[in-house]
Design a binder for this molecule. Sequence first.
Ligand SMILES: Cc1cc2nc3c(=O)[nH]c(=O)nc-3n(C[C@H](O)[C@H](O)[C@H](O)COP(=O)(O)OP(=O)(O)OC[C@H]3O[C@@H](n4cnc5c(N)ncnc54)[C@H](O)[C@@H]3O)c2cc1C
Length: 411
Amino acid sequence: MVNDFDVVVIGAGAAGLLAATRAALRGRRVLLLEKNNKPGVKILMSGGTRCNLTHATDRQGIVGAFGKQGNFLHSALAALGPEEVVSLFAAAGVATKVEPTGKVFPVSNRAVDVLEALKQMLAQSGAELRLGEAVQEISYCENGFHIQTGCGNFVAEKIILTTGGKSYPGCGTTGDGYVWAKQFGHKIVPPRPALVPLRSECRWVAELSGVTLPDVKVQIITSTSKKPVAEQRGSFLFTHFGLSGPAVMNVSRAITARPDADDWQIVCDFLPTLNQEETLAQLSDAARTSGKSPLASALAKWLPRRLVEALLAQACIPVTRRVAELSKVERARLVDALKRQSIPISGSLGFKKAEVTAGGVELREVDSSTMQSKIKPGLYLAGEILDLDGPIGGYNFQAAFSTGWLAGESA
Ligand SMILES: Cc1cc2nc3c(=O)[nH]c(=O)nc-3n(C[C@H](O)[C@H](O)[C@H](O)COP(=O)(O)OP(=O)(O)OC[C@H]3O[C@@H](n4cnc5c(N)ncnc54)[C@H](O)[C@@H]3O)c2cc1C
């Protein structure tokens, strides 16, 4: 039996849930198909199960966070900006709060509340949700699009592809949408992992597993690059495989963009609030006021003891050295270790552990004022399937919500 709909939305993540809701509220007969047995799996696991749903900034702040790709988002943000996202969830009973970093979370700290609100909005809109329906094939027929799942066949005048990217494939995001977009003539910018932890083979790095720092400046360089190719400041984490935390994940896309390069280094400034002279001055002060104390104890006021000992080893300074005994050369080596510690990077944890996918459907081929394909009329695209990826901080959900909403408004 073939079921007829005005709009079929494929993929019930952040973008698909709002796209289906908005289209149904406009009176369209909408079907939302999801391969998992529950919708919004990534919403549930996001933000450490707290869901950082947007960022406390204006539309321009969101556009800016996406760099060159950000201009694509103007119309979508005009349809549903960060303030509107907050109001939408407030109206659905989810009060939000802004944390000092600007990240917006539900007051309850429960991602499940965000998902329940989206499910409630969807149910009230009249859209039909079918779970456990993996779309297998899409073709174009006389009446529109013919969609085949493992369980049935559907015909729709319009379809909205919201199948996400390729990251965390265990969540159902295995890049299925790229195949159909390509089949309809779209160019796919090669997908690659972004916001992903990085690997290092350094033993001393692995030995620091579990050490976290709230504020580190990291720069990505190669042996041939004169300037850093990416730079970020934020929290930082040593792990058994290498490095993680927002500062590291935010620069990771520079490395995954060039998987062939094998000479990546991450240069860490573990004391970004002090410049070189200030660091040297503080060491001189310590030599005057507490010269007899072991250097490791003096530095422990700045950094965790385990890291201090590892950095002293990197600077070839015995851990028992007293502050006043530091030679000028050792002092310079110590400042290098504290402020310019280079760590070789051997790669990333890949799509399996990437919070988002960089690359995707080429933005120039999508009409940003409607989210409709410029190549295949009736085909709409929204969310992470597009060649759009932002930094950590709620930007990626905001982009998914905004583009999904606009697609539902237009389809
Ligand atoms: C661990 C983790 C934490 C994150 N935390 C945050 C955060 O706090 N803030 C933030 O802004 N972003 C966060 N992100 C990123 C954010 O989750 C994504 O950017 C966002 O979910 C993208 O939404 P989407 O709707 O485009 O795609 P998705 O949410 O990935 O949804 C796509 C849906 O399509 C379905 N699908 C795929 N193929 C088919 C098919 N053939 N048939 C039917 N259905 C199909 C999938 O099962 C999935 O449900 C996080 C991501 C991860 C992995």
